[in-house]
Design a protein around this ligand. Sequence first.
Ligand code: ATP
Ligand code: LTN
Length: 328
Amino acid sequence: MKTVFSGVRPSGAIHLGNYLGAIKNWVELQKNYQCVFCVVDYHAITTPFSPKELSQNALETAATYLAAGIDPKQSLIFVQSHNPDHTEMAWILNTIARIPELERMTQFKEKSEEHKSAINMGLFDYPVLMAADILLYGTDIVPVGEDQEQHVELARTLARRFNQTFGETFKIPESMVRKEGARIMGLDDPNKKMSKSAESSLNYIVLTDTPEVIKGKIKKAVTDSGSEIKYNPENKPAISNLLTIYSLVTDKPIEQLEKDYKDHTSYADFKKDVADAVVEFLTPFQKKFNDLLEKPKEIKKILEDGAKEAREISEKTLREAKKKMGLI
Ligand code: ATP
Ligand code: LTN
């Protein structure tokens, strides 16, 4: 069975973009693949954070995986910092990663711009740690949003370079970006991706937002000129984004929705329906999520067991890489 690896940073409330762009696909994948889903906390500490929030966010990220339908009996769920093989492998990969390669990374440039006074080595090295995450598990497929493709490409480059230099060791992973939902845009600015670090909370729908908040945010969402409900990301980025969201939460194709709204002349009705659909989609998720968070011990046990199992796989790859390099 092929292996899938992915992760989300516990760096703030998880939003609908994360869910529809990443986690929703994971639930489908676990049926046909051996899946490893990681709470990547070492990645979260590369941008400013509060320790208290970090631990709560890590727990909530794990609860999100579980509430979304990731089954710990089928898939591995664990916290990155619980398996030291990740940082050890990252050090090894650091010695073959080239500085100009990392300087080219869009996320590094963006985050450096965002946090000018905190451009740390961890932020620079982020993609190498991510490569270690992926390569340790012999990963075939890495499901991510479009923004992470460049990082997966680097993981491929490092794997090939290592194999060429020291002998066949790593499997070459591939990214998997589902076209629809790969990039959910901000509700307040449809030209930028929905992001938990956005300035205004009107940018995103947090998975735990109440129905009232969700309805309010979608009502206030930016719209385009005209009044047609048509999918056209170039000319109608805002309505296209709402159509994408609507389609993903209802599993109805966009063309079908366009037909359903052919005769509509107001965005208001359409937005109300999108909001209702999002609420309906999130309600069962929220119930499971809240139930889980009432039993943090159970979540921690799942994570502990997951880390143990994860290490059984990763230590073999790490040992092999060290041996190939002549580390005794
Ligand atoms: P930030 O915006 O603060 O950088 P983030 O919201 O992008 O954070 P991450 O933890 O970096 O969150 O991403 C988790 C996963 O969600 C990744 O696979 C990423 O590609 C995906 N993702 C993030 N934002 C979106 C989005 N707007 N649309 C679709 N997928 C997204
Ligand atoms: N950088 C990713 C999170 C991440 C990841 C990974 C995703 C860290 N390690 C390995 C896939 C595979 C992000 O979504 N921001």
